[in-house]
Design a protein around this ligand. Sequence first.
Ligand SMILES: Cc1ncc(COP(=O)(O)O)c(C=O)c1O
Length: 413
Amino acid sequence: MNSYIKLEVRNAFPELERLVRNKPLIYLDNAASTLKHNFVIDQITQHYKMDAANIHRGVHTLSEEGTIQYEETRDIVQKFINASKREEIIFTKGTTESINLVANSFGEKFFNEGDIILISTMEHHSNIVPWQMVAQKRNAHVIEIPITDQGEISIQGFEKLLDQYGDKIKMVSMAHISNSLGTINPIKYFISLTRQKAKQAKFLVDAAQSIAHLRTDVQDLDCDFLAFSAHKVYGPTGVGVLYGKYDILDQMPPYQGGGDMIDIVSFQGTTYNDLPHKFEAGTPHIAGVIAFKECFKFLDNVGLENIKTHEAFLCNYATEKLSKIPELKILGPTNLENKSAVISFTIENAHPQDIGTLLDQQGIAIRTGHHCTQPLMKRLGVTATARASFAIYNTTEEIDRLYDGLIKTCELL
Ligand SMILES: Cc1ncc(COP(=O)(O)O)c(C=O)c1O
């Protein structure tokens, strides 16, 4: 255990106690999904055991209690990301659905023939494909913002595109942190550049990888949309958030039709509910949203500054340690100031899948593959990497075991 992390933090994650292949689990796949906090698990169990009922529509006690708890999470998220109105927080299934919602609803109404959508080479597929799909329908074009060999967005390349396409640009959508490389993009600066040079453009921040690691203030960033998932913040799967500026969301048509999103339904025509319900058709993941609030309480309790310090410490420690393995090459920014706690690497003459399998035999969980970023892999000249990603509960002892595991892997391969 190192000084930045207290034992009670680790104790809050029961899965850390399990064995994998008869060895204590070392979980280093946090960029894919984090482990779940005890309070989240307790809240979900409590809901299904004692409180289960549908929300928003009932006058009975259980429905009213559930509605209050569900709506409380909205208030907590609003405060956590400093949105100016609670109606700007839409619950979705996750980042993917949040981006699809904007692409479909905003895109179908506001994209016209010849319009430009800018996304970077390092985006996750869920921040590429929805734009391609809507671009095809609206005869718009998705254009790639180039990156450098170190896996950082080329500022010059971005400025050039903004100058070239100017008012034709209707959307810029960009990850705050790359899931494959850990690159922290200077998102606030990119938003201000966009405001100066492409006045018609809206800016969506994919915060899937940043929300649990960096302070997020949507008013300070001045982004138009921001998307994230609960399962990367120590919370449940199947829950996510779309933040959108009220005036923009208000102009957007509903994304899905069904219960809860309507005002009056008739065969002559239907009118829609107000924000945020206009975008929350059908019965949501009630238990998940209720439990999600525990994640923000946890992050606030530990403190995002402490989390950042701890994870930066782990990233430095791991980078230094893994760099001692001659066959191993780390991809991504070399300046660790611009990097979150993700280490993507290759080992000479070893397929990443074999690395992952051999580490699993030692109880160590890492991710291997293209990480849903095939264009990025192509740009870096690889088909896949191995990726270790850290969270608040990881320790230097675990990195030592990763190092030992990799030495063993190199001997075997
Ligand atoms: C940067 C980024 N964007 C989007 C997603 C998609 O998130 P989800 O699968 O939770 O919708 C991920 C998931 O790994 C991600 O890392």
